[in-house]
Ligand binder design. Structure first.
Ligand SMILES: [Zn+2]
Length: 623
């Protein structure tokens, strides 16, 4: 064949498809500015990164890659190699998600941009940031055949961007559990890739945090759970490296004890061991999710030594926050924390009583409701209240429909006016229905509350700070657009709730299992196990606040539902608001309510006044 024809045919042949590690070994350059080891990228330096990186290449059937890695093991570099590969070799739209929008910008400035400027083939494809309309900013990078969007998990808007084939989520354990009220940020981001079905690639990376709350751990546990096995330099048997096998007595002579032959060896063998290592699955996976876990013992020679690790551990011993950091960042394990308070659903099923669902047993004097708005439904709890805040679960229902449509609100109107049969032959209609206005449906909730104020509907909003009153003074939320900052008379109001305060009260009372005692909580005959699981879903942890103090905070473990708890909290706040109406003119509000109930007609429903007041201080007693 002549040279011309050969060249012509070579031109027609499609470019050889590279794996991510092949691409990085061929093209990636590390500058002295960005790396302690400048020069050509060598995957062989961190052999354990090859497989996770190659799972992200187009020829791998894997669609989700989970990296639960210790600090200083190179997970960031694996992600960088993938970003370079996408820009240069497999272009398509890509979404890069950091914990916050600011951290996304930092990631772009400190990691992505240096890599682009150091690597010639990337530099060619991305216009310099200074040229006008270059498509190169801190939140987006355009390149031939694709673009990279950089956002934060705290921005629902950023996560709702155009379809993206590649999704990369960085340090997912730092993500908020909820993206500005629109739900799980990882799920929101992954939705972007749905249209690409089997060709999509999702990367989740993080060092883990607290047990039960760690997103990366629950993702890893749901994967095929790969561990890196390396051969013992003495007997040759393969094993994964474990912290407890490290002989830590002499800091200057740290050795590893083989679990097979029991012989000791030092770190000098690590380079060879890593090169001969291989990932092994501990669990059968779904075939499209690959999970990798690596602790700090694998950190290559010259990065972070066993000696340094032992010294760090010795320093952290006895200091809870330092030990937690060590366990998370070095061992790549979650930290088991002592909960300040946690309830278990176990045993609560036995607490179901004989009264029927949606009926009021003896002792109930009035009813309140709490409503939670989800994307596709409303959840409504109805609670009965008796002397001394004795509580009775009457009903919990779901009303299906998009809260942005009128239909589901028509269903709710029926529920707020429903008569619940009382054991003594009377019927009760809920006195106050409290609807959460946080999240996606704020305006719809305000409107419903404004229209149904005469039927006892109020809008509420949870406050995140601790030690707030159960229900606070309402604030006006309708603003007159013509007169800036002037609220509209007779417009909507919203009540702030001390959610943490209420949860403390309810969880303490739930622990009390003596029927008839103060604030005892009753459950109807058909209360389900799932209901009990939801009301006990949250756990109280110590968290450091902005001023550096440790404060107990209620937190929801990852992947757990809690609407039943939220709607109970709202019902409780509604009860507090209702009794506050009487507290000014009655010494014993519960005795007063008891007499009122005894003397009432067949349907007990207090008259509710509409808002007529104009001054702020009048609001508290307007019911
Ligand atoms: Zn051995």
């Amino acid at each position: 064949m002549n040279a011309w024809l050969e060249g012509f045919l070579a031109g027609l042949r499609p470019e050889k498809s590279l794996t991510v590690s092949e691409w990085a070994d061929t093209h990636r350059i590390l500058s002295s500015k960005a790396s302690a080891e400048p020069g050509k990228w060598r995957t062989s330096r961190t052999p354990y990164l090859k497989e996770p990186m190659d799972c992200l290449g187009t020829q791998s059937p894997i669609q989700r890659v989970v990296l639960m890695f210790a600090a200083q093991t190179g997970k960031t570099e694996a992600q960088n190699c993938w970003l370079g590969y996408v820009i240069d070799h497999a272009p398509a739209p890509m979404l890069l998600v950091a914990a916050t929008v600011d951290m996304g910008k930092r990631l772009c400035k400190q990691r992505l941009e240096p890599m682009i400027s150091d690597t010639p083939c990337l530099n060619e494809k991305i216009a310099p940031a200074r040229s006008r309309d270059s498509g190169n900013t801190l939140s987006s990078k355009e390149f031939p055949g694709g673009m990279m969007l950089i956002t934060g998990a705290n921005s629902a808007t950023g996560l709702r961007s155009t379809p993206c084939r590649y999704i990369s989520c960085d340090e997912v354990d730092a993500f908020p559990s909820d993206a500005s009220g629109e739900g799980d940020p990882v799920a929101l981001a992954e939705k972007r890739a749905t249209t690409f079905s089997t060709r999509k690639k999702v990367l989740l990376t993080s060092t883990p945090t607290i047990k039960d709350f760690s997103r990366i751990e629950s993702e890893y546990l749901a994967s095929d759970q790969r561990l890196y096995f390396v051969p013992c330099p003495i007997c040759g048997e393969y094993q994964d490296l474990r912290w407890k096998q490290l002989q830590k007595e002499d800091v200057n002579n740290v050795k590893y004890k083989c679990i097979h032959c029991g012989e000791l060896f030092d770190e000098s063998h690590k380079t060879k061991m890593l090169r001969m290592g291989e990932w092994r699955s501990m669990k059968e996976g779904d075939g499209i999710t690959a999970g990798f876990r690596l602790n700090g013992l694998y950190s290559p020679l010259g990065w972070f030594s066993w000696k340094e690790m032992v010294m760090e551990f010795n320093k952290a011993k006895g200091d809870a926050p330092l030990i937690k950091t060590f366990v998370n960042t070095r061992l790549s394990e979650t930290f088991e924390t002592d909960y300040v308070s946690a309830m278990s659903a176990e045993g609560l099923l036995k607490r179901c009583e004989s009264y029927q669902q949606a009926t009021c047993p003896e002792g109930v004097l009035f009813l309140t409701q709490g409503v939670d708005c989800q994307i596709d439904r409303l959840e409504v709890s109805t609670w009965g209240w008796g002397v001394g805040e004795e509580a009775f679960l009457v009903d919990h229902i779901q009303l299906w429909g998009d809260p942005h449509q009128a239909e589901v609100w028509k269903q709710l109107e029926i529920v707020i006016n429903q008569q619940y049969e009382h054991e003594n032959g009377k019927s009760l209609v809920p006195v106050i229905t409290a609807i959460d206005s946080g999240g996606l449906h704020t305006q719809v909730v305000y409107q419903f509350a404004r229209e149904k104020v005469a039927q006892g509907v109020i809008a509420i909003k949870g406050q995140s700070q601790a030690n707030k009153p159960a229900i606070g003074r309402p604030t006006r939320v309708d603003i007159n657009m013509k007169k800036y900052n002037k609220s509209i008379k007779n417009g909507s109001v919203v009540y702030p709730l001390g959610v943490d305060t209420i949860k403390n009260t309810l969880m303490n009372r739930l622990k009390n299992n003596k029927i008839g005692s103060y604030g005892y909580i009753h459950f109807h005959a058909s209360t389900s196990e799932d209901y009990f699981k939801q009301i006990t879903s949250e756990k109280q942890l110590l968290k450091t606040n902005k001023r550096g103090f440790q404060v107990p905070v209620w937190v929801l473990p990852s992947g757990v539902r809690n609407e039943c708890l939220d709607t109970w909290v709202y019902s409780y706040a509604a009860m507090c608001l209702y009794i506050s109406r009487f507290s000014t003119n009655t010494k014993n509000v519960w005795q007063y309510l008891q007499n009122k109930f005894n003397n009432a007609d067949t349907v007990v429903k207090p008259k509710r006044a509409t808002i007529k007041t104009t001054s702020k201080k009048d609001f508290v007693n307007y019911w």
